[in-house]
Design a protein around this ligand. Structure first.
Ligand SMILES: [Zn+2]
Length: 666
C-alpha cells in the first residue's frame, strides 16, 4: 500500500472516532453514478492528486512552462513593486494584501516543475518570511492588515511547498495558524472576499487534516462553512439569469462590493466551483455532486461561452460572445475543477478543464507570455480604448499589457499552466494511477511500495495519439486508468499493440489492470471529428477534439505605453471578420482538419498545428460598434455576398478572432 494512503488510514483510525469523522475518507467512496464503461471492469472511484513535483512537463508543455518562466512570470519580482522586494509578505512596506500570495501560488509550482533554482530562490524568500514571522498567537502574514482572505491564498502556497519539499516547519505553522483562526473567528468573522472564498481555505484545512488527524481542523472547516457564503445552496434558486445590471449592483449600499456584487463576481464564481467538492470531502458526497453539476449548468446556461468559461466583466455578463471573461476567473476555475475532478472522478470534468486550458488560457496571454488581458472575448475583433459593454470594468480591460484595468490578474495568472501539469495524473482509490488529463509529461511516483516511472509522449491537444510507457522498478500489478473524452466516440486503447480487452467508452475511464513490466506501452488514440455547438441567437461555434476554432482577423499591434521590460498594447484587425458560416450539425463532421507545424511557441499566431476550411459569406450588416462585434444576429441569416472559403485556426493561437458565428442559410 502506498505510504501516503496507509498513513492517512492509520490517522483516521486513531483520530477518526472523534469529530474528525465529519471528514469523509474519499478513498472509501462508492463509485460515482456514471455508468461503467464496460462489463467486468472495476468501477472507478475518486482520485487523489499526486504530490507536487511527481508529474513533470515534457515536450510542448515543457516549452510552454519555460516560455512562462522566461516571460513576465519569471521577472515580475524584479520590476513590479507589488510583488517585489518591498512586499509586505517580505516584511516591507509595499503591497501587503493578496498580490504576494497570488504570485507565489503560481511561481512556486512553476519553479518546482522546471526545477529552476532562480525561481525557487524567489519563492523561498516569501515562504521563509511567512514561516519565520508567525506571531506568538499563531497569526501569519503582514501586520498591516488582519484580513483572512490573503492568508487563504498563502496557506495554499504553504501546502504546495510541503508537498514539493517535505519542509518540517509547514505542518506546525499551519496548525498554529488554524488554531488561532478557530479561536478568533467567532469575534472576527469572515467578511467581504473571505466570506465568498472560504472554500479555498477549507480545502487546505482538509488537506492538513489528512496528514495530521487534528480534530480541531474539522471544527475550523465547519466554522468556515458556517460563516462563509452558501454557494451550493444559492444555485437552487440562481438569481443571475441575465447580464448583471450595473445599477442593481451599485444601488445597494457598499457599492460594487455589496452582497449581490460579491455573489455575481466572476472570480468568486470561479473559486466557488470547488465548494461542492470541498463540502463532499467534509461529508455529504451525493448532495454535493448534484450541487456541483447544478452550479456548472447554471453558469453555462446563462453566461456560458464555447471556451468552457462563463462571462464576467467584472460580474456575470450573459451570453453575448462580446462580453469579457477575466483571466483570474480562468485560472481559478481551472484550479476549482482540478479539485472537483479529484473529488468526483468524472471524465466530463477533465474534458472541461482541457477545454479551458487549451483555449481560454493561452488566448488571453501573448505567445511570449510578457503581456496578458484582464478580459478576453470569444468574439474579439479589436483590443482598443473604445467603450466596451462590460458590466463594471473599464475600457482598457481587453488590452494586452502589464496590468490592464487592474493588477489582480498580473499577480494571479501564473498558477494556470503549472497546476494543470501537476494535475495530469492522479492516484486512484485502489492505489493505481490515472491519466486524467492529457499532455506530454513524465511521472515519477510510488505505487504499492514500488517506484514507477511513466513517460507520456504526445502532441495532444494538437494530435490525437497518446503513448504511455510504463517503467516499474520491478514487475508490478496495479490498475492504470486512461480517460476517454466524451467527444472521442471512436477511441481505441492498445497495450503493447493489442486492443484493450474490455473495450472503451466515451466519457469514462478505461481501466487496465495487469502486471506491468518495464517498457510496456499503452497507446490511446482519440480520433477527432469536427462538430458544431449552438450559442446565442442560434449561432454556431466549431470544435474539434478539445480545441475550439476561430476565424483570425489578423493582428496589428500598436504600443500604447512602455511598462518597464514589457508594454501595453492595442490590437487591431487587418482584414474583415464579419462572416456567417455554412455549417451545421450535419455537415460539420465532413470538415476535416489540415495538420501544420506546431511552432516552438505552440499558441503563437505563427503556429498552425491544425486548421479547418469552411464555406462562409460576408455579412455586411454585422459591423463593429464601439470596438466590439455586436451579438450575432439570429441564425440562419441570409447573405447576398459571394461564397468564400475561409480558414479557422485554434482559438488559443488567435488574439483577434470570431468564434461564435451566425449560420448562413444554405
Ligand atoms: Zn484578475
Amino acid at each position: 500500500m502506498h505510504i501516503e494512503t496507509s498513513r492517512r488510514r492509520v490517522l483516521q483510525m486513531t483520530a477518526g472516532s472523534l469529530a474528525a469523522a465529519a471528514f469523509r475518507d474519499l478513498s472509501a467512496l462508492a463509485p460515482p453514478t456514471v455508468a461503467s464503461p464496460s462489463a467486468g471492469r472495476a468501477p472507478h472511484g475518486t482520485f487523489e492528486p499526486l504530490p507536487l513535483g511527481q508529474v513533470k512537463p515534457a515536450g510542448w508543455l515543457q516549452r510552454q512552462l519555460r516560455i512562462q518562466a522566461d516571460g513576465m512570470t519569471g521577472h515580475l519580482h524584479d520590476f513590479w513593486p507589488d510583488v517585489g522586494p518591498n512586499s509586505g509578505w517580505l516584511g516591507g512596506t509595499g503591497e501587503s494584501w493578496e498580490r504576494g500570495p497570488y504570485y507565489i501560488d503560481g511561481l512556486l509550482p512553476l519553479a518546482v516543475l522546471l526545477n529552476d533554482e532562480h525561481l525557487k530562490a524567489i519563492t523561498a524568500k516569501f515562504v521563509d518570511w511567512t514561516l519565520t514571522h508567525q506571531r506568538s498567537d499563531g497569526m501569519i502574514g503582514p501586520a498591516g492588515n488582519d484580513d483572512w482572505w490573503p492568508r487563504m491564498v498563502m496557506v495554499k502556497v504553504l501546502a504546495q511547498h510541503y508537498e514539493a519539499t517535505g519542509d518540517a516547519r509547514i505542518i506546525p505553522v499551519l496548525t498554529r495558524y488554524f488554531h488561532y483562526q478557530l479561536a478568533a473567528m467567532p469575534d472576527r468573522p469572515l467578511r467581504d472576499w473571505g466570506k465568498f472564498r472560504w472554500q479555498d481555505e477549507a480545502y487546505v484545512v482538509e488537506w492538513l487534516h489528512q496528514r495530521s488527524g487534528d480534530p480541531k481542523l474539522v471544527e475550523l472547516a465547519l466554522l468556515l462553512q458556517k460563516q462563509g457564503f452558501d454557494w451550493v445552496g444559492s444555485f437552487a434558486d440562481f438569481p443571475f439569469k441575465e447580464k448583471v445590471d450595473k445599477k442593481r449592483i451599485l444601488q445597494e449600499t457598499g457599492g460594487e462590493n455589496n452582497a449581490q456584487g460579491y455573489q455575481s463576481h466572476g472570480v468568486n464564481n470561479g473559486q466557488a466551483l470547488k465548494t461542492a467538492a470541498v463540502q463532499a470531502r467534509m461529508g455529504d458526497v451525493t448532495t454535493n455532486r448534484a450541487g456541483f453539476y447544478r452550479q456548472l449548468a447554471a453558469l453555462d446556461q446563462y453566461h456560458g461561452m464555447p471556451t468552457g468559461m462563463f462571462t464576467c466583466d467584472e460580474h456575470l455578463a450573459g451570453r453575448s460572445p462580446s462580453q469579457g471573461t477575466e483571466l483570474c476567473t480562468v485560472v481559478e476555475t481551472m484550479f476549482s475543477l482540478e479539485i472537483a475532478l479529484a473529488t468526483f472522478g468524472d471524465a466530463v470534468i477533465a474534458d472541461r478543464i482541457e477545454k479551458i486550458a487549451y483555449n481560454a488560457l493561452p488566448a488571453t496571454i501573448t505567445a511570449d507570455m510578457w503581456a496578458h488581458q484582464y478580459d478576453q472575448q470569444a468574439n474579439q475583433v479589436q483590443c482598443s480604448l473604445n467603450t466596451k459593454p462590460w458590466t463594471t470594468n473599464s475600457a482598457e480591460s481587453n488590452l494586452f499589457g502589464l496590468e490592464p484595468h487592474f493588477g489582480c490578474c498580473t499577480a494571479n495568472y501564473h498558477q494556470g499552466w503549472p497546476k494543470l501539469v501537476a494535475s495530469l495524473w492522479m492516484r486512484t482509490a485502489d492505489d493505481g494511477l490515472a491519466a486524467v488529463l492529457y499532455g506530454p509529461c513524465e511521472v515519477n511516483t510510488t505505487v504499492r511500495g514500488k517506484t514507477v516511472r511513466l513517460r507520456e509522449e504526445t502532441e495532444y491537444p494538437f494530435r490525437n495519439t497518446i503513448a504511455i510507457t510504463v517503467e516499474p522498478q520491478e514487475h508490478l500489478r496495479f490498475p492504470l486508468q486512461v480517460r476517454i473524452p466524451e467527444w472521442a466516440t471512436d477511441a481505441t486503447v492498445t497495450i503493447n499493440g493489442k486492443p484493450h480487452e474490455h473495450g472503451v467508452r466515451a466519457g469514462a475511464f478505461a481501466t487496465i489492470d495487469r502486471e506491468w513490466h518495464s517498457g510496456d506501452r499503452v497507446e490511446v488514440r482519440l480520433p477527432m471529428q469536427t462538430r458544431v455547438s449552438r450559442w446565442m441567437n442560434n449561432s454556431v461555434a466549431v470544435e474539434r477534439g478539445p480545441l475550439l476554432y476561430s476565424y483570425s482577423a489578423g493582428e496589428h499591434w500598436v504600443k500604447l505605453r512602455d511598462r518597464g521590460p514589457t508594454a501595453d498594447w492595442q490590437v487591431f484587425p487587418d482584414r474583415a471578420w464579419n462572416y456567417a458560416l455554412q455549417v451545421d450539425e450535419k455537415s460539420a463532421p465532413q470538415l476535416g482538419a489540415t495538420e501544420g507545424e506546431i511552432a516552438a511557441s505552440p499558441f503563437s499566431a505563427e503556429s498552425r498545428p491544425s486548421s479547418i476550411q469552411v464555406r462562409a459569406n460576408r455579412l455586411d450588416s454585422w459591423r463593429v460598434e464601439d470596438g466590439v462585434a455586436p451579438p450575432p444576429p439570429v441564425s440562419p441569416v441570409q447573405s447576398k455576398s459571394a461564397v468564400e472559403t475561409i480558414t479557422l485556426v485554434p482559438y488559443g493561437t488567435a488574439r483577434l478572432r470570431v468564434t461564435v458565428f451566425p449560420e448562413a442559410a444554405g
